[in-house]
Design a protein around this ligand. Structure first.
Ligand SMILES: [Zn+2]
Length: 108
């Protein structure tokens, strides 16, 4: 169970939802309370979640359940690509130090 307080400075109530502002899509997402506080997201109590008003021109999406799309599909693909590229750069071949029979000792 996660216990964090509402992000509103004057509020002492327990947070029940996390508000995430997706600036690229001009969408505010009210989703399940995140396990850890992320920069750019706001934990809200039920009162402040219900009274939350999106900025003009923005839309509000309420997401229930434990799963919430954090990344858009193209962002996920870009992330996967970046991880793959990073992995390729840092992958070093193990250096075989000694060998006896079919067993070798590999330095790390
Ligand atoms: Zn509150």
């Amino acid at each position: 169970m996660i216990h964090r307080r509402c992000s509103k400075p004057s509020c002492q109530k327990a947070a029940v939802t996390t508000l995430t502002m997706q600036y690229s899509e001009k969408t505010a997402v009210l989703g399940p309370l995140e396990a850890a506080h992320e920069p750019g997201s706001y934990d809200l109590c039920s009162t402040h979640a219900d009274s939350f008003k999106t900025p003009v021109g923005w839309s509000l999406r309420r997401v229930s359940g434990p799963q919430r799309p954090v990344f858009a599909q193209d962002e996920l693909l870009a992330l996967a690509d970046a991880v793959r590229r990073a992995g390729r750069v840092s992958t070093k071949q193990p250096v075989l130090r000694t060998q006896r029979g079919h067993l070798g000792v590999v330095a790390d």
